[in-house]
Design a protein around this ligand. Structure first.
Ligand code: FES
Length: 154
């Protein structure tokens, strides 16, 4: 029998028949739901490009077995903006040039949103760098990323 996965993705309840019970949340989001903002980089938990929020906690979706999160609330980068109004973290990334090629940016932004939501009052540059260390940027836009995260907490 094909298992059915129930997820609320960016506020929208979804029922997904899973042909492959081994599917990762990353593959479900990209290939079944069509939310390709979440990127596949390494597909093995090393780059952070696939970061999403699962019940408010940031996680590498390439390491998340989709079925093990049945009933969860998932937030992807597509769910951050409110209409034309960017999320403050998105706006801060633009203001501080927190990207170059942009491939890692959705994961960086989701990780930043999660880091800030973890209640990190008084984030300083060192804590931001440590908290964002699971998100790699091959263009090395780290200075702008750190500034963006700090700005979004102000
Ligand atoms: Fe998931 Fe790299 S694609 S950590």
């Amino acid at each position: 029998m094909t298992p059915t996965l129930n997820l609320t993705i960016n506020g929208v309840p979804q029922q997904i028949a899973l042909d492959d019970p081994r599917a990762t949340l990353l593959d479900v989001l990209r290939e079944r739901i069509g939310l390709t903002g979440t990127k596949k980089g390494c597909d093995r938990g090393q780059c952070g490009a696939c970061t999403v929020l699962i019940d408010g906690r940031r996680m590498n979706s390439c390491l998340a077995l989709a079925l093990s999160h049945d009933g969860a609330e998932i937030t992807t980068v597509e769910g951050l903006a409110d209409g034309d109004q960017l999320h403050p973290v998105q706006a801060a990334f633009i203001a501080h040039d927190g990207f170059q090629c942009g491939y890692c940016t959705p994961g960086q932004i989701m990780s930043a949103v999660g880091l800030i939501a973890e209640g990190e009052a008084g984030l300083d540059p060192e804590r931001v760098r440590e908290g964002m260390s699971g998100n790699l940027c091959r263009c090395a836009a780290y200075a702008g990323i750190t500034e963006a995260v700090l700005d979004a907490t102000r």
